[in-house]
Design a protein around this ligand. Structure first.
Ligand SMILES: Cc1cc2nc3c(=O)[nH]c(=O)nc-3n(C[C@H](O)[C@H](O)[C@H](O)COP(=O)(O)OP(=O)(O)OC[C@H]3O[C@@H](n4cnc5c(N)ncnc54)[C@H](O)[C@@H]3O)c2cc1C
Length: 574
């Protein structure tokens, strides 16, 4: 097979908040390094950072504190977060937001006194979500993109990473890519590689992430034998738009600020049901509200399309239209009046808390490989607070950009790829060309339903077992299903096939982790184990793939800053 070999000092996989921040920081730290950013889509037009609606959590207000933000993160994460990662997230977020405004060129909404406006987000004890209306991500990603364009950073757009290739000594050598436009393979050797492909649980019937995300990063990390943490933790956002099966708008998120601002949820019988589930009503955390909606749906108390309603009109239609212009426009496009009427919503898979085990400095177990953003794990534990996602990607992307040049200075040199593994990955990526074409979409639909029905908002042993059997059958059928002809140029069917393979691999790990956790924490709810278990002996799941299959273990959470029953606020006040 004819493959092009290239070299770069730092190779960044992903052009979201994590990848672009890493590129800018690395270029600043050592302008002599050659830096390459690879993205499956077009720069500025792909990934989820640009889709951020609500905003960015940061403790800037004098009435707020990093300790408060930290406690909200730990309690929201049901005591499963890695506390040093969470502490780094909340403390560095301040620096990063200032950098976004003062160096990158973002301009967020302000209070009359000129300070940054913080909006209310569910599950937080302070209104600390900084934003630009409800289109915050476009502001962030456009400005980041301009800064990257202005620097000598190589961009490989519409390039798909398919495998992380080690050298024979085990250290990372580089990455195998497909140039989507030409269909050609490229192997890029790099001294340091950042994995920042942004997770994205798009294997569920209803989901919010961008279409270019199919868990490729985690599938690649799994095949490299890296440990993956908290893989059972799929966050469902309670209010995905439900506009029928014929539009891709179904599943897209209506932001949390709607509930934060006082929106009501009504079932098909027009009953405001949240009072039946939680004292915080619609401002309960995402997991609680998603389960309440799921219960209403399972009981058949649904709207025409099978979900529930969100109602905002009682807050004043003009006010709603002003505060949530983007949402109101989007709903109007789908035939709903958000400002004054009712909009059908359904829980939708939104964010993936699981990911590669990493250290605070973004290093991983594998020499030469770093991870940041939604591909990394441990910051959020069992639940990510709305507003902590983009903070996570920008904070740790920046850290990776600071650390990689120093790491290269201490560990210089390129490492040769293991030729057998490179050949095996090349063959693997071309597998569908050796099979007869089949109905890939039918397989995708089966996977969406299997994950939604069996490993979704509520799980139990039997449903997870059915889920695993279903995923295995879908993957087996996929391996016998090919794509038509041998045209590699912009062959979207080939890429659909590869997406589906990554999704099957990661879905299986989600199901195995869900089976391993025999309690209910945050986003993971087992109807056969509905209690959270003893917080003091909290453990997180770790999955690792070896030649004999996927091994699931549990490791104890280290309470390095605060133990269950304590609070940093009380300690600070003492
Ligand atoms: C609709 C929506 C609204 C959200 N709202 C908020 C919010 O209000 N506040 C908040 O904090 N968080 C929010 N989030 C979450 C937030 O967007 C993410 O947590 C964060 O932006 C992830 O950043 P990232 O850099 O890790 O990944 P992304 O920004 O998703 O970027 C991933 C990049 O990886 C590339 N990629 C993927 N696969 C490959 C591959 N195989 N090869 C090469 N490149 C690849 C993609 O093309 C993309 O460039 C929202 C998410 C969604 C979907």
């Amino acid at each position: 097979m004819n493959i092009e070999h290239l070299k770069t000092d730092i190779l960044i996989l992903g052009a979201g908040g994590a990848g672009l921040f890493a590129a800018l920081h690395a270029q600043k730290a050592n302008p002599d390094l050659d830096i390459t950013v690879v993205s499956k889509g077009l720069l500025g037009k792909c990934g989820c950072t640009r889709m951020v609606q609500g905003g960015y959590n940061v403790a800037l207000n004098p009435g707020d504190s990093v300790e408060r933000h930290f406690m909200d993160t730990i309690e929201g994460g049901k005591w499963l977060p890695h506390q040093e990662l969470a502490w780094t997230l909340v403390t560095k977020a301040i620096e990063r937001v200032q950098e976004l405004e003062n160096e990158i060129g973002c301009f967020f909404d302000r209070n009359p006194d000129g300070t940054l406006h913080g909006k209310a987000f569910a599950g937080q004890t302070f209104d600390r979500t900084v934003h630009k209306g409800d289109l915050t991500g476009i502001e962030i990603i456009n400005r980041l993109m301009e800064q990257v364009w202005a620097r000598p950073v190589r961009r490989l757009e519409e390039h798909r990473a398919v495998a992380l290739i080690p050298s024979p000594d085990g250290a990372l050598s580089g990455v195998l890519l497909i140039d989507v436009r030409s269909g050609k393979f490229r192997f890029i050797a790099a001294q340091a590689v950042l994995l920042a492909t942004g997770g994205g649980p798009t294997m569920y019937r209803y989901h919010t992430p961008s279409g270019d995300k199919s868990m490729d990063g985690l599938a690649m990390a799994l095949r490299l034998g890296l440990p993956l943490r908290d893989m059972e933790m799929v966050q469902f956002h309670p209010t995905g738009l439900l506009a029928g099966p014929d539009t891709r708008m179904t599943g897209t998120v209506l932001e949390e600020g709607l509930r934060g601002a006082g929106g009501h949820l009504l079932n098909g019988a027009m009953h405001r049901f949240m009072a039946d589930y939680d004292d915080k009503l619609e401002r309960a955390t995402r997991d609680v509200v998603s389960r309440a909606i799921d219960a209403e749906m399972r009981a058949g108390r649904t709207t025409k399309n099978g979900g529930v309603y969100i109602k905002m009109g009682h807050l004043g239609p003009a006010n709603v239209a002003k505060l949530f212009k983007g949402m109101v426009d989007r709903c109007r496009d789908c035939g709903f009046d958000l400002a004054g009427g009712l909009v059908e919503v359904v829980p939708t898979a939104h964010y993936f808390m699981g990911g590669v085990v990493c250290e605070v400095d973004t290093t991983t177990e594998r020499h030469g490989l770093f991870v940041a953003g939604e591909d990394a794990s441990g910051m959020h534990g069992a639940n990510r607070l709305g507003g902590n996602g983009v903070a996570n990607s920008t904070v740790f992307g920046g850290i990776a950009g600071d650390v990689m040049p120093r790491w290269i200075a201490a560990n210089p040199g390129f490492r040769p790829p293991d030729p057998q593994l490179l050949d095996a990955e090349l063959a693997r990526a071309q597998h569908p060309f050796s099979r007869k074409a089949g109905d890939l979409n039918a397989l995708r639909e089966k996977l969406l339903d299997t994950m939604w029905d069996e490993v979704g908002v509520v799980r139990d042993r039997a449903s997870i077992g059915r889920g695993i059997a279903g995923i295995n059958a879908i993957e087996a059928e996929l391996l016998e299903t090919g794509v038509t002809g041998d045209n590699r140029h912009f062959n979207v069917t080939w890429h659909d096939w590869l997406n589906l393979r990554s999704l099957c691999e990661v879905s299986r790990v989600i199901a195995l982790a869900a089976a391993k956790r025999e309690n209910s924490r945050g986003a993971h709810f087992r109807s056969d184990f509905p209690e959270p278990g003893d917080l003091a002996t909290s453990a997180f799941t770790v999955a690792r793939q070896s030649a004999s299959g996927i091994e699931m273990t549990e490791r104890p959470v280290e309470f390095t800053r605060v133990k269950p029953g304590q609070t940093l606020l009380a300690i600070a006040a003492e």
